[in-house]
Design a protein around this ligand. Structure first.
Ligand code: CA
Ligand code: CA
Length: 203
């Protein structure tokens, strides 16, 4: 308890300076961009379990959720993290080239909480950007009949394909699961309060 109190005191003290943060900190293995931390996970899971796994990661500014996307640059950044990952899927094409053995998509946090309801991000952020593939979302409507697709992936077609990086709604419990990217707020750092830095890094 004593150690916790000391930590809380340090954290509170560091934020009283109130300056605009000069930088942001992310835990090891997470990539920082514009005040958020991102990390790709290569385990193949249903959407709801992937979202729960994200919740296991947090820092002093919040917990992680499946990634939300708010402009084209962020979409491209996330796709590049995914596409450049080696992943744990084996060397399927025997080229040992990063990205070539990845699944055809990765989960985002966009989903429908009720069937055919509004699309919402699991982190509660505003729905202000979409990047659907042509004809999507289609709720799985095709020759086999109407399915139920309430969760969204960034589609990864062949490298260089025009349709790469765009979104598709698919079944949340799709067979085999999908890998995913988690996102959480980064912790502001203040260059003029050098000794506060380490206290702000919980993870
Ligand atoms: Ca749907
Ligand atoms: Ca679809």
């Amino acid at each position: 308890m004593k150690a916790l109190c000391i930590f809380l005191l340090c954290a509170a003290t560091s934020y009283t300076y109130g300056n605009t943060p000069n930088e942001y900190a992310c835990p090891h293995a997470w990539t920082q961009r514009n005040g958020y931390c991102y990390r790709y996970f290569d385990d193949m899971l249903p959407w709801s379990i992937a979202e729960s796994r994200c919740h296991e990661h947090f820092d002093s500014d919040g917990i992680a959720h499946l990634v939300s996307i708010h402009d084209q640059a962020e979409n491209d950044f996330i796709f590049d993290i995914f596409n450049s990952a080696n992943g744990d899927h084996g060397d399927l094409d025997n080229t040992n080239t990063p990205g070539t053995d990845l699944p055809t998509g990765m989960w985002t946090g966009l989903h429908q909480e009720v069937r055919d309801g509004p699309w919402v991000w699991s982190d509660g952020s505003s729905n202000d950007f979409t990047h659907w593939l042509p004809g999507q979302p289609d709720n799985g409507y095709h020759a086999r009949g109407r399915l139920n697709e309430d969760c969204v992936i960034i589609w990864r077609n062949d490298i260089g394909s025009e349709s790469t990086r765009q979104w598709d709604d698919i079944g949340c419990d799709v067979q085999g699961g999908m890998p995913y990217v988690c996102k959480m707020p980064a912790v502001p750092e203040f260059n003029d309060v050098e000794d506060s830095r380490h206290h702000q890094r919980i993870l």
